[in-house]
Write a protein that binds this ligand. Sequence first.
Ligand SMILES: C[S@@+](CC[C@H](N)C(=O)[O-])C[C@H]1O[C@@H](n2cnc3c(N)ncnc32)[C@H](O)[C@@H]1O
Length: 333
Amino acid sequence: MSFCFNFDVSATTNTDDVQRNASLTDKIDSVAKSVTESGSPAEAVKEAKEHFPPSDPRCLLDDTIYETLTIGTLPPLHFLNETVFEKTVYEREDAENILSRTAEQRSDLISGVYEGGLKVWECTYDLLEVIEREGQTFGGKAVLDLGCGAGLLGILSLKRGAKEVHFQDYNSTVLEQLTVSNVILNCQVDDSDDDDDGQGSPDKEEECKIKPKHSKKDLLLPRCRFFSGDWRTFLVLVSSQDPPLKYDIIMTSETIYNTAYYPALHDTFHKLLAPHGHIYLATKSHYFGVGGGLHLFETFVAERGVFAVNHLWDSEIGLQRHVVVLRFKKESH
Ligand SMILES: C[S@@+](CC[C@H](N)C(=O)[O-])C[C@H]1O[C@@H](n2cnc3c(N)ncnc32)[C@H](O)[C@@H]1O
C-alpha cells in the first residue's frame, strides 16, 4: 500500500489553524467538539470491546508469509507480511470492511474508519532501537501497547518478561487478524526454533502445530488482553475494571498525527499510567496532510501540565523522527 493520508482535509486541523489561536488546548478541544458535531470522518466513534483469541488459532496462520525482525540483542520479532492482507482481501472475514476499502482507496489511513494498523510504521523500528539501547527489560511490568497495529512493541515486552500486556487498536479487524495472529506466530515460530533438530526448517504444518504443554504460547497468550475501539471508550472500559487498570509502561508509535484525537489520547495516558510509570512515544515531527506532529503534541502536553517530556532520540537526517518519554510531573500523579 502506498503511504498517503487520504483524509478529508476539511475535517482535520493544520499547523496554521492551530497556531493562530492563543491556546492550543482550547483549539484542539474545539476541533474535537466541532468534529463531533459535524459527524465528519475524523470522528473516532468505535465503541471499545475486548477480543478473545480463538480456541484453535491455527486457522489464523493459514497461508501466511511472515517476516522476522532482529535488532541487536532484542529477541527476534515475527510478524505477518502486509502483502498477506492485500492478497487475501476478499477471502477474509472483515465486518468493518476495512480491508477492501483500504485496497480500493489505496490508502494507509481513513480517518475514523481505519487508523492504519495493518502495517508496521517506521517509528516502531525507532522505538525498538531505543529500547535496545536503553536496556529496558519489562520484567514484571504491566504494559499497554496503545494503537498497537501489528503489536511488535507489546510482543517485545512479553518476550522480555512483562507480567501482562494489553494491546489496543482502533480496528477490531486489525486486532483479530493481525495482532492476535502475530502473538501466536511468535509463540509458534519460537517453539519450532527451540525444537529444531538441525534438519532444516520445520514445514508449515509443524510450525503451526499447537503444542499442548510447555509451549511458549502457553506462556505468552495468557498474559495478553486485546481491546479494540477509540481511546475515549477504551478508557471507560478499562477504568471500569475492578480493580481499575494501571500500566507501568505505555508504548505508542505513530499515534499523534491527528490533533483532534489529542484530548482523548492525553486523558488515556493520564488515567491509565501508574504513578511511577512512563510512556514511550515514537513519532514523526510532522504528518503532512493531517497536521499533527511532535511539536503540536508537546505544546498540548505542556498546556495540560501533567507530564514532563524528555527526548530520548531525534533523527538527524531525512524526515525528522523522534522517540520521547513522558513521566508525571511530581505533583500530578
Ligand atoms: C499509524 S497507526 C500506527 C500503528 C503502530 N503503532 C505502528 O507504529 O506500526 C496508528 C494507530 O493508532 C491507533 N489510533 C489512532 N487514532 C485512534 C483513536 N482515536 N482511537 C483509538 N486508536 C487510535 C490505531 O489503532 C492505529 O493502529
